[in-house]
Design a protein around this ligand. Structure first.
Ligand code: AMP
Length: 283
């Protein structure tokens, strides 16, 4: 596996890979890799001749008082996982490389970027979109892989790729979960044992909604009420959002017959976790 730490090195690697191989897939991550990240890599490997992974803990997607400093970093373990997963090149730039002094250009994600996580984390999606735009320019992949786990991020990036005519195709990969239902997240390692038990409430709330939908419920309000009822059962949990929205606009839906995103975010102690369920159009 090639290790590239500057945009110039990555560009050379891109040229070499492009010459030797035909198509290139990019899997952007913040490291602290788990099976969710590795599933993106495995899907990217099936669809491309070469795969580039990136590791960058992006300071401009964290707000003041968030966990940027504490965010888990484990470069050596990540490097081995990526090498074993058959990644061709790892792009692991420094902060100065990605955000050079004097940088004043950012991607404005508009109102879309102020919804869901963008509401509780102001500026988060501007930071995400700016760095993903830079990664797309540096790596120039044919396809870029993102997890459905970050559903609002998908909506924002899809719009960015469309609005700014990025040639890359954005590929959305399914959520990987622990056997008990908890969605894998680098932040799960913050959870104390009692919090780990409480964290299951996110997937339980989504399962309860899924059951209501299977019984024929289509009213957004009824599904929202179900989410809140589930969350109300655990005093350790503080809901950030629990809602039923259009997956593209992230605006609330009254009716889910034409598909919907059921999205939840909650604080378990000092750890904020997210999860979601994408409902297809009803036949
Ligand atoms: P992160 O390192 O948290 O920025 O995540 C990097 C990529 O992995 C993002 O596209 C995430 O949506 C994706 N991802 C994170 N957790 C999961 C998961 N449990 N299942 C699938 N994809 C995930």
């Amino acid at each position: 596996m090639l290790l590239c730490q500057t945009a110039a090195e990555m560009h050379d690697a891109y040229r070499a890979l492009r010459n030797a191989e035909h198509t290139l897939g990019l899997v952007p991550t913040m490291g602290a890799l788990h099976a969710g990240h590795l599933s993106l890599i495995s899907i990217a490997r099936t669809q491309n001749d070469a795969v580039v992974a990136s590791i960058f803990v992006n300071p401009i997607q964290f707000g003041p008082g968030e966990d940027y400093e504490a965010y888990p970093r484990d470069f050596d373990a990540d490097y081995s996982k990526l090498e074993s997963a058959g990644v061709h090149a790892l792009f692991a730039p420094s902060v100065a490389e990605m955000l050079p002094r004097g940088n004043t250009t950012f991607v404005d994600t508009g109102e879309l970027g102020t919804r869901l996580d963008g509401a509780s984390r102001p500026g988060h999606f501007r930071g995400v979109a700016t760095i993903v735009a830079r990664l797309l320019h540096i790596v120039q992949p044919d396809r870029a892989y993102f997890g459905q786990k970050d559903a609002a991020q998908i909506a924002v990036l899809r719009r960015m790729v469309r609005d700014l005519n990025f040639p890359a195709h954005l590929i959305v990969c399914p959520i990987v979960r622990e056997s008990d239902g908890l969605a894998l997240s680098s932040r799960n390692r913050y959870l104390a044992p009692d919090e780990r038990r409480s964290a299951l409430i996110l997937s339980r709330a989504l399962n309860a909604v899924q059951q209501l939908v299977e019984q024929g419920e289509t009213r957004g309000e009824a599904l929202r009420a179900s989410l809140l009822n589930t969350f109300a059962t655990d005093p350790l949990v503080r809901v950030d959002y629990a809602t039923v929205v259009d997956p593209d606009t992230l605006l609330p839906l009254d009716d889910i017959s034409h598909g919907a995103l059921i999205a939840v975010a909650a604080w378990i102690g000092t750890t904020r976790l997210i999860d979601n369920l994408l409902l297809p159009t009803r036949a």
